[in-house]
Design a protein around this ligand. Sequence first.
Ligand SMILES: Nc1nc2c(ncn2[C@@H]2O[C@H](COP(=O)(O)OP(=O)(O)OP(=O)(O)O)[C@@H](O)[C@H]2O)c(=O)[nH]1
Ligand SMILES: [Mg+2]
Length: 454
Amino acid sequence: MEHTIAAISTPIGHGGIGIIRISGENALSIADSVFESVSGKKITEMRGYTASLGKISDNGEHIDEAVVLVFRAPHSYTGEDVVEISCHGGIYITKKILRAVLGKGAKPAEPGEFTKRAFLNGKMGLTEAESVMDIISAVGDQSARAALSVMEGNLRKRIDKVREILIDIAAHLSAWADYPEEEIPDVDEGALNEKLEIVKAELNFLINSYDAGKVIREGMDTVIVGRPNVGKSTLMNLLSGFDRSIVTDIPGTTRDIVEETIMLGDIPLRLSDTAGIHSTDDPVESIGVKRAKDRLSSAGLIFAVFDASMPLSEEDMELLDLLKNAPAVAIVNKTDLESRIDSNLIKNKIKHTVFISAKTGMGAEELKREVGEIVGTSNLDPSQGILATERQFGAAQAALRSVEESLAAIKAGITLDAVTVLIEDSINSLLELTGERVTEAVVDKVFSHFCVGK
Ligand SMILES: Nc1nc2c(ncn2[C@@H]2O[C@H](COP(=O)(O)OP(=O)(O)OP(=O)(O)O)[C@@H](O)[C@H]2O)c(=O)[nH]1
Ligand SMILES: [Mg+2]
């Protein structure tokens, strides 16, 4: 039996309530040794899913008033006996109660240990467990929905379906190979290929949506570039919703990089407003220009801003050339003024071109739409269960590789024995993905990314 663990499960800070969670065989008796209920009833006598009000004290010293909640194994988050002490949410009080609980024999929980126990006790699969942290760190509606969907088991169900097809094929192939004298129907190569192609398509779909899922979870480094005075800082301020960057009509206003994280619809963008790119003798400005160019090459997404009230300059054309094949949106700004720009020159070079007025806010919706197209989030349905971690992504890729190899093997006329081995490899990768066949080291690694108390 695992030892009993305890941790503060709420953030360290001031709050209405702080929760100390205890899980394990001795959770109830340990909680009893620091708690005295108003009713006189012992925690060890309480039924699961019941609460009790009382006094927390440590060796006679009164610490706080608290409510304890009791969960009895296996009907708890971890599958073990669990007690949650809800006390007043203060750094001092919660730590003092935790210390008292540890003094009675509980051990400090490791990061993610409660969820790890839930996984090991079969309360949830590995993909569901992994999504717990994503729910906690969700920054928007889409990322929360994606995490919730995985937690509800949608990714596992999707993988299970794929695996069922592979198991079906493997079983048929083995039966046919092992019992040649039996009346097992011949392997129909066409049908075999067809099934494998279905698996391939589904795995490809999952793998291709991984990057977009990552964007809604983690956001995207985005740089705003353009020559001086085109309205980069005005755009920064429009998207931030406040005056983050200094705006003047003097070219060369922004010199250093100004950063702000914003939500463009459901996509978190880490925006960098930069100095206008042009050739200059000013030593300070030229450092700013170098920084802008460095950011341009490292960013995941580029907002290249142009001034619609002027013809394109040589600097604008140079920037357009730099953007070839880059993930860029060309933003033709100042469309509230009379147009003097030949925007076809831009459209010919950059697929995603939008017309806006950073000053009035016109065109912001179109920008949102184009960004969704570029980063792939506009085609993403987060409620379907999408791959959420590098680990899951790697396992899905390995599974796909084996399926592709088996298709190639069939085509090359290699024996069906060899094909069976490849299909079994793919099944194993999928079992690893869902955590049904996974090493202890992998499990430890998964939960080491968690916070303490979860
Ligand atoms: N009419 C109009 N004026 C704008 C618009 N966007 C910006 N401006 C004006 O253009 C001038 C320059 O704006 P900034 O946002 O400072 O331009 P910038 O690209 O950051 O300039 P640098 O930092 O110097 O590179 C300011 O006077 C803004 O008010 C717009 O959409 N319409
Ligand atoms: Mg500026």
